[in-house]
Design a protein around this ligand. Structure first.
Ligand code: 1GP
Length: 244
C-alpha cells in the first residue's frame, strides 16, 4: 500500500517524485527517466496533466514495464484514469470554488474507480498564485490563493485535513514562474499533521533545498525532467541529501 509506505518513509527523511505528462514523453525519454529513478532517490512517479491528448494508459503501461516504482495517477480530468497504475491522488481543488473540481468529477469517476484495484488517496489540492496563469488555473476555472495570503493557505489546508484528506498538495502550477514561497510552506506544515506535497516551478537544486527546509515532505518535479537525464543528476543529488 502506497499511503502507509509514504507515512513510513517520511519518518526517516524526505520524499521525491517525478511528474510525467504523457504528451511530453515517449518510450525513449521514459526509459531514461526510469533509469535515473532507479537510483533510490525517487519514491514514485506521478502521471497526468491539466490537458493530456496522448494516452495516460499507454504511458502507465510503459512505466510499469520498466520500473518497480509505484506509478500514481495525478489526473487533470476523468479521462486520465488507468487501471494499470498503482494508486490515484483523488484531487479535490479546495482552494477553488468550482464544484466540478470539488465533487462533480469525483461523482463521475467513483463508479469507474470502484471497478479498479487502484489505491485511492484523497488529496486536498491547493493552487497558489505564482506570477503567471498556469494551465491548471485556466482549465479548472478557479482563482489561486495569492502568495502573500498565508492565513488563507493555512486555513484551507487545515480544512482539507479536517475533511479527511490524506495529503495536502501545495501547487504553484506546472511551469510556474515562482514556486510556492517558503513562508507559506512553513506555516502550512506547522498547522497540519498529514504529509505536505509541494510542486510547481521547481527546477534547481537550491529550490529543492529551500522547499524541503521550509517544511515540504514531498517534492514533485515535472517540467525540469523534460530536459533529459543530464539535468536530473544535480536535482537528484540534492534530494539525496534530504533523505536521511
Ligand atoms: C505540477 O507540481 C507539478 O502539478 C510540477 O510542476 O512542471 O513546474 O515541475 P513543474
Amino acid at each position: 500500500m502506497i499511503y502507509p509506505d509514504i507515512r513510513d518513509k517520511l519518518r526517516s527523511g524526505k520524499m521525491f517524485g517525478f511528474l510525467v505528462d504523457p504528451d511530453k514523453h515517449n518510450r525513449e525519454s521514459l526509459a531514461e527517466l526510469t533509469g535515473a529513478a532507479e537510483s533510490g532517490r525517487v519514491d514514485f512517479i506521478l502521471v497526468g496533466g491539466s490537458l493530456v491528448s496522448g494516452s495516460v494508459d499507454e504511458t502507465v503501461a510503459i512505466l510499469k514495464e520498466s520500473t518497480d516504482l509505484p506509478v500514481v495517477l495525478f489526473p487533470g480530468n476523468v479521462l486520465q484514469i488507468s487501471p494499470r497504475a498503482d494508486a490515484i491522488l483523488l484531487l479535490s481543488l479546495i482552494s477553488g470554488r468550482n464544484p466540478e473540481f470539488l465533487i462533480g468529477n469525483h461523482v463521475v469517476a467513483a463508479p469507474l474507480l470502484s471497478k479498479t484495484r487502484l489505491e485511492i488517496i484523497p488529496t486536498g489540492y491547493i493552487l497558489i498564485e505564482n506570477g503567471r496563469t498556469t494551465s491548471v488555473e485556466y482549465m479548472s476555472n478557479t482563482k489561486p490563493i495569492p502568495g502573500d495570503k498565508i492565513d488563507l493557505a493555512v486555513a484551507t489546508a487545515m480544512a482539507g485535513e479536517m475533511l479527511g484528506h490524506k495529503l495536502i498538495y501545495l501547487e504553484a502550477g506546472s511551469g510556474a514562474r515562482e514556486s510556492v514561497n517558503g513562508k507559506m510552506i512553513s506555516a502550512v506544515r506547522s498547522h497540519i499533521k498529514i504529509p505536505l506535497i509541494v510542486g510547481g516551478g521547481i527546477h534547481t537544486p537550491e529550490q529543492i533545498r529551500d522547499t524541503y527546509r521550509a517544511g515540504a515532505d514531498i517534492i514533485i518535479v515535472g517540467s525540469a525532467i523534460e530536459q533529459g537525464s543530464a539535468s536530473l543528476e544535480p536535482l537528484l543529488k540534492e534530494v539525496e541529501a534530504h533523505k536521511s
